[in-house]
Design a protein around this ligand. Structure first.
Ligand code: F6R
Length: 260
């Protein structure tokens, strides 16, 4: 695992975008996308590189991590719409190549199995961008999620619903209670995991995920089991880490031949 403490949240976003862009330039067939605030800077960087540097997504398929159950696809907070509004509609990605789990399927378990098949058919996902919940969730794998779980239904915790109420006019009653999410095993199949966390509200979760025990109670601790992980944090999100000096030393002395 490589842990990079950037000078600012904006720098973390740009670096995440550059890492994803490198994968696309190297011929990634599939990339994994997340919603929420954390990846927005990365998406802005990818859009900029598309506009200014000719970065093309024409041969790429995208796969979202998760989706609320029961929100119509056109709802402003459906993740299917969010990802189009914030990223994919601004680049040369064919809409047919933008995928997410179907939160409105009549048979959700069948939709979950179908999503797993779609990822397997197009994968492997070369790079998966991730945020982390204040409670350590990854995707919508809430504390207690099986470390080998696949795409399935989860019930959101009260804290996640409260955290996400900001996207629903601060009205908790509008936040769905259930979601369909890639499992921790599904996420772990991606070749490179890039997690971005900014702000003091993420400091405890980052410390638990990176330096705590691997545990279903901190789903993001599965990062410790993966062979290729980059964690990008701003100083506020790094505040709970013990080995900050070592992480900074490793980045400052990174061999010139070693990419992210
Ligand atoms: C979003 C997702 C979640 C978020 C996490 C952090 O697709 O899967 O795990 O990444 O809740 O959300 P933000 O970035 O809004 O703090």
């Amino acid at each position: 695992m490589e842990l990079v403490i950037t000078e600012s949240a904006a720098d973390a976003g740009v670096l995440a975008g550059r890492i994803m862009a490198d994968h696309v330039r190297r011929g990634a067939r599939a990339i994994g996308l997340a919603t929420g605030s954390s990846p927005l800077g990365a998406y802005r960087e990818l859009i900029r590189q598309h506009r200014d540097e000719g970065l093309s997504f024409a041969a790429v398929r995208t796969f979202n991590l998760d989706e609320y159950i029961g929100l119509p696809p056109a709802h402003p907070q459906s993740y299917s719409r969010f990802i189009r509004d914030e990223f994919t509609s601004h680049v040369d990605l064919l809409d047919a190549n933008v995928h997410g789990p179907d939160g409105n399927a009549a048979d959700i378990p069948a939709a979950a199995a179908e999503y797993e098949r779609a990822i397997a058919d197009s994968g492997p996902i070369a790079v998966q961008i991730l945020g982390i919940g204040a409670n350590g969730h990854l995707g919508f794998n809430e504390p207690g999620s099986s470390l080998r779980s696949r795409t399935r239904v989860k019930t959101l915790t009260p804290t996640t619903r409260e955290d996400n109420a900001r996207f629903f006019d601060d009205d908790l009653s509008q936040v769905p209670t259930h979601v369909i999410t890639q499992g921790l095993g599904t996420i772990g199949d991606a070749e490179h995991l890039v997690m971005i966390a900014t702000g003091s509200g993420k400091a405890d979760a980052v410390a638990a995920a990176v330096e705590g025990p691997v545990s279903a109670f901190c789903p993001a601790s599965i990062l410790q089991m993966h062979p290729h992980v980059t964690v990008l944090v701003d100083p506020d999100a790094a505040a709970g880490l013990q080995a900050v000096d070592y992480y900074r030393f490793a980045v400052a002395n990174k061999p010139s031949w070693q990419s992210f």
